[in-house]
Design a binder for this molecule. Structure first.
Ligand code: GDP
Ligand code: MN
Length: 401
């Protein structure tokens, strides 16, 4: 689960990581109030207005702007709230901005004395350990740094049984070229950051930029935080931070119905039981000249109700040209699934939502023959196949016609 910058910063702050202070505003009136409050608390007279959407590169898209007085806070907030923000990480259509974070300006007073660094905490899949990735080249796209100057990206692997050791935090600060007060500040920052990552059960932290202020404070100016969904049950307060407006509407609906669904770009919908079978079914669709429109794992109980829900969700995608149902009857019997498909088909027709695209059904396993018979005898325009290859051929045939 991804968080907004302001939520990520809240979590960091709760673990003692220094952050650029900010207050969320939903309209320009709240924005001006927020700016006044920040001035009272921090003494700042300049503010930064930052669009809160789940996408990076907001600065480049005009979603992060400096305001030098309250009039500018007001006018910039008016411009940004409600806009469709397009960044290198969004679609061409962009993302609607529902709220902004009004921040204290931390590049005071001499911008020339500030430094920007890059820092992330994530799993190193090669070593199976968490690592801190960092660079002197902060504030810009890390992918660009990786391409042009890969020697300026450092990594520090962390032994899970020992945690981050003090010498590792110091090494990071040295490698970033720090000394004196700033070095001490960075050691504190890195240690708190790693604790926050572990304690919050996050799967990724990306702080870009980490800022060294002109008075040698080290702080997080940006925060991209991804929490591990599987651990949310032990962080009820974080679970509440979920912003459904930022997520794919069909995925949200499917997940609420207990279906494991991921929306994709293609033209062939698929409904499968088991994640492994779903992956190979998507390969099969690709080999047949189609493109999978989704990943959908209906799970163990593929009864009429679940199958109908699955069809309805798949069909919300307007690019669907065919649906491939690929179910392995191990615990669930194929004939029961077949009955579920027939019932779902009929129910939808009765409800005035008749399925218009061809459906190819492959049922293999317990009672597969009975299942094929049941579908054929139902008189519905459903293609029933048994072998994997037959399913592939049928998809190809249907797409060509
Ligand atoms: P991103 O573009 O989505 O990564 O958003 P960031 O939070 O990283 O902000 C983009 C850029 O805005 C940063 O790289 C900074 O250069 C700039 N910025 C952020 N906070 C301040 C600030 O307090 N003062 C000034 N002058 N610039 C800031
Ligand atoms: Mn950033």
């Amino acid at each position: 689960m991804n968080l907004h910058e302001y939520q990520g910063k809240e979590i960091l702050n709760s673990f003692g990581v220094r952050i650029q202070r900010g207050i969320v505003a939903h309209n320009h009136i709240e924005a001006v109030e927020a700016a006044k409050k920040l001035t009272a608390e921090t003494g700042t007279s300049w503010h930064v207005v930052k669009a809160q959407v789940h996408a990076g590169g907001r600065g480049k898209g005009g979603g992060v702007k400096l305001a030098k007085n309250l009039q500018e806070v007001e006018s910039i907030s008016k411009d940004i709230i409600g806009m469709m923000l397009v960044t290198p990480q969004t679609s061409a259509e962009g993302k609607k901005v529902n709220q902004v974070l009004i921040c204290e300006d931390v590049y005071y007073p001499g911008e020339s004395e500030t430094e920007e660094y890059y820092m992330s905490v994530l799993l190193n899949r090669e070593t199976g350990r968490n690592m801190i990735m960092y660079s002197t080249e902060g504030g810009m796209d890390i992918e660009t740094v990786a391409e042009n100057t890969p020697h300026l990206i450092f990594t520090e692997d962390i032994d899970p049984s020992l945690g981050l050791l003090p010498f590792q935090a110091r090494k990071i600060a040295f490698n970033l070229g720090l000394s004196g007060v700033a070095l001490k500040e960075m050691v504190k920052f890195v240690s708190a950051l790693y604790t926050a990552y572990i304690e919050s059960d996050s799967s990724m932290f990306e702080i870009n930029p980490v800022l060294k202020t002109s008075d040698s404070k080290i702080m997080a100016v940006d925060a991209k935080v991804a929490l591990d969904d599987s651990a949310l049950f032990r962080h009820k307060d974080y679970a509440k931070m979920r912003d459904f407006r930022e997520e794919n509407a069909i995925e949200v609906e499917a997940n609420a119905a207990g279906l494991n669904y991921v929306d994709l770009e293609g033209n062939v919908g698929c409904m499968v039981n088991g994640a492994g079978l779903a992956m190979s079914t998507m390969d099969l669709i690709k080999q047949s000249g189609g493109e999978p429109a989704n990943f959908l794992d209906v799970g163990g109980t593929a009864d009429a109700e679940r199958v109908e829900k699955g069809f309805r969700i798949i069909l919300k995608d307007e690019n669907i040209k065919a649906i491939l149902v690929n179910i392995f009857g191990g615990i669930v019997r194929c004939d029961r699934v077949a009955q579920g498909i027939v019932d779902a088909y009929k129910n939808m027709a009765t409800a005035g939502d008749a399925i218009q695209v061809p459906i190819i059904v492959r049922l293999q396993g317990t009672n597969a023959i009975e299942a094929k018979q049941l579908i054929e005898e139902s008189g519905l325009p459903v293609h029933s196949v048994v072998e994997f290859q037959e399913a592939a051929d049928k998809v190809q045939e249907v797409l060509a016609s």
